[in-house]
Design a protein around this ligand. Structure first.
Ligand SMILES: Cc1cc2nc3c(=O)[nH]c(=O)nc-3n(C[C@H](O)[C@H](O)[C@H](O)COP(=O)(O)OP(=O)(O)OC[C@H]3O[C@@H](n4cnc5c(N)ncnc54)[C@H](O)[C@@H]3O)c2cc1C
Length: 288
């Protein structure tokens, strides 16, 4: 079974996210990470796509490598900003030829250098429509439990989320740290009569400065209690990782108890925290 919609229909999924490295050393390190995580038998792995297509070929290379060299179904992230419809058709044609069956259809962000590439798309929902019309892919979209930073308000964001999710098969969330953000979003989607699976994205905090930077860009909040708890590690990186994994495990347990359909781990291309989290959740016994 390779389509994520089928995997979600069959039961709880556990999945990992990787990004295509920028240099040779990064590829070597990612190779080791994948080797270390592969034996955990995740249900699928996803590969990010650079803003405006900047990692287009690297994303495709990594997705194809996973498809050919491992038994794990891959999902290719694809952003619509900066793309023409013909680009998207070419990319989908290549993925179809490669046997890839899952696409995460994303809006993407405008380039930070202020440049502006011509685009046939404005929002991810338009990409969902094109991928659906192309055919053959299970389609995921991004969900932002605390709202997307470019939205005027949460209500508007939920309205657009509900609309795109109605046409997609499932969503994966931005990382978040309070279970209530996820539960409120699920209630609001239900009020829009949208009941598709929404998989929480989980980020074990191992480096407060890095996560605070990422949270600022994505509109997520790093709660004070979390900063204080991880801060107790002082300058000890191993202790910070241990505490970060402990916090992530607590969140995962509460999410699964509340009915989350799966967990998607942001690995940041490192295996250690994900393996520790996997083990804390007792998943070695379930899926390993
Ligand atoms: C799981 C996950 C994976 C990601 N992977 C990547 C990646 O690989 N590469 C990358 O560059 N980025 C990635 N991102 C980041 C993402 O591209 C950004 O958050 C981006 O700013 C928004 O993406 P989106 O798909 O939510 O966009 P959209 O759904 O297009 O939404 C963007 C904004 O427009 C609003 N909106 C949506 N539809 C409409 C409409 N019809 N009319 C008016 N307003 C509308 C939304 O409310 C939101 O404020 C990922 C995010 C998540 C959660």
């Amino acid at each position: 079974m390779a389509r994520i919609s089928d995997l979600l229909a069959a039961g709880t999924t556990y999945s990992f996210e990787f990004f295509p490295p920028k240099n040779e050393a990064g590829w070597l390190s990612l190779g080791r990470t994948i080797a270390e995580l592969e034996h955990l038998s995740p249900h699928y792995v996803s590969v990010t796509y650079g803003a405006g297509g900047s990692t287009r070929t690297k994303t495709a290379d990594l997705v194809s490598w996973v498809r050919r060299q491992t038994p794990i179904p891959p999902m290719a992230h694809l952003t619509c900003q900066g793309h023409r419809r013909a680009d998207i058709r070419d990319i989908l044609t290549d993925y179809r030829a490669e046997g890839v069956q899952n696409i995460l259809a994303l809006g993407g962000d405008p380039p930070t250098d202020g440049s502006h590439a011509a685009s046939d798309y404005r929002f991810s929902g338009e990409l969902v429509d094109d991928v659906r019309a192309f055919g053959g892919f299970a389609i995921g979209v991004a969900a932002h439990p605390e709202g997307h930073p470019r939205s005027p308000d949460l209500r508007t964001d939920r309205h657009h989320l509900a609309a795109k999710l109605r046409d997609a098969d499932f969503a994966i969330t931005q990382f978040f740290f309070e279970v209530d953000h996820y539960l409120a979003m699920m209630d609001e989607l239900a009020a829009h009569d949208v009941h598709k699976p929404v998989v929480p994205g989980i980020m074990p905090v191992t480096n407060l400065a890095q996560v605070s930077r990422m949270a600022h860009m994505s509109g997520a909040e790093v709660p004070r209690w979390l900063i204080e708890r991880v801060g107790k590690a002082g300058d000890d990186p191993d202790e910070a990782t241990r505490i970060g994994v402990e916090i992530a495990a607590e969140l995962c347990v509460r999410l699964l108890e509340a009915g989350a359909p799966g967990l998607h781990f942001y690995t940041l291309n490192r295996s250690g925290p994900t393996r520790q989290l996997w083990s804390s959740l007792g998943l070695d016994r379930v899926a390993g």
